[in-house]
Design a protein. Structure first.
Length: 393
């Protein structure tokens, strides 16, 4: 697949990706990463504005219509993970790693910009280099700082170990689930462990609550709509002979459907209130709204499929086997404008078992060529679509 790009450009993209991988930066602190992005854009004489949402960058290639844009998005942040890949270009930053492929995504978008630099398109193209995807807040902040002004369509993608290198996987509908969080505090007052009748034991109440919450998905949600309610943190007590004064449960809520998402949150509150009455105690529920689901629109799916087939062929253009229950803040963009989010096959033979966010995560660098070429092609196809639609009487 490296033959999709001029050899010199492909080699440059590998160098950029490996440099970013060696020097990962956490969310909102992608300063060196932003410098490298700007350096590449300067070398290719592509105009840009930096300092957007802190470390974000908006680069633009003007078309005949300079007021309408196709947007291509790449995320830049890394994760607080200690790398164990053994790669010669492994992270030099202790406890920090590009364990989700954002080094690849940023590089792909740079490659697309290089390919389109001299293109004559009917509308303009904007390249969004976004910070803090891992916090779920980066896209929202970029939107607040006008990243979508004039944008008619937006496209993005993610490397994926579930598909072979050289393939592009496209979902007909949901791609990622919404991602919300909850915190449930149970107040028992505390007491002596030998006299449990003198106080409410929040550990017992919390244990009942953990089990009750598991019935929401199994008994209240249509099995055709994937969803998750997980308690990931249960903290209570300070000593074995003391009844805890408080227990705190924290967890995540995932859904691919807006109505299901709303139902899950309402059910958590209902069950917590019922358990509080059952045990005659006080329970406080905090719900923190996170990223919305990523759902591709029908028309954008067709454009993406056309671009993918043009780049990798029909046999390598596949349907996603199942939507990912992980969160992705690209959903905030899709709440504003239509678009499509795809997956770039990138499994490394022998590393199939290392998922994203693993300390051993890596991806096949052939995906850099596929992603860059796909993003350039979808920009061309979408630009023509906008032009043809706007020119119709």
């Amino acid at each position: 697949m490296s033959d999709l790009l001029p050899a010199e450009l492909f080699q440059k993209l590998i160098e950029v990706r490996r440099d970013l991988h060696r020097n990962p930066e956490p969310s909102w602190q992608e300063f060196r990463t932003a410098e490298k992005v700007c350096q590449f854009l300067d070398e290719h004489r592509i105009s840009y504005r930096d300092g957007i949402a802190g470390t974000g960058i908006l680069a633009e290639i003007p078309g005949a219509n300079t007021e309408r844009f196709i947007a291509i998005r790449g995320d830049m942040d890394a994760l607080p993970v200690h790398e164990e890949t053994g790669l010669e270009f492994a992270s030099r930053i202790e406890g920090m790693m590009h364990a989700c492929g954002h080094d690849g995504h940023t590089t792909m978008v740079l490659g697309a910009a290089a390919l389109l630099r001299a293109a004559e398109l009917p509308v303009s193209v904007r390249f969004i280099f976004q910070p803090a995807e891992e916090t779920g807040l980066g896209a929202k902040k970029m939107i607040e700082e006008n990243a979508l002004d004039g944008v008619s369509m937006i496209f993005g993608g993610h490397v994926d170990r579930h598909y072979h290198a050289g393939s592009i996987a496209i979902s007909d509908g949901p791609v990622n689930a919404s991602s919300d969080q909850f915190k449930i505090s149970i107040f028992g007052g505390g007491g002596h462990a030998a006299r449990p009748h003198e106080a409410v034991d929040p550990v017992v109440v919390g244990s009942l609550l953990v089990m009750a919450l598991q019935t929401i998905v199994s008994r209240e949600v249509d099995p055709a709509h994937p969803s998750v309610v997980t308690v990931g943190d249960f903290h209570a007590g300070t000593a074995p002979n003391v009844l805890a004064s408080c227990a705190v449960l924290r967890g995540t809520i995932r859904a691919q459907d807006a109505a299901v998402r709303k139902h899950l949150k309402a059910s958590i509150r209902r069950i917590a209130e019922s358990v509080a009455r059952l045990h005659n105690t006080e329970i406080d529920v905090e719900l923190c709204e996170g990223t919305p689901p990523v759902i591709n629109s029908d028309e954008m799916i067709q454009l993406a499929r056309q671009a993918a087939i043009s780049v990798v062929g029909e046999n390598n253009t596949v349907k996603m086997r199942a939507a990912n229950m992980g969160g992705e803040d690209f959903g905030f963009y899709l709440q504003k404008v239509p678009g499509c989010y795809v997956r770039f096959g990138s499994v490394v033979p022998g590393k199939e078992g290392y998922p994203a966010h693993s300390s051993r995560f890596d991806f096949d660098e052939k995906a850099l060529a596929v992603g860059a070429t796909y993003f350039a092609e979808i920009a061309r196809i979408a630009a023509e679509q906008i032009h043809n639609t706007s020119s119709q009487p």
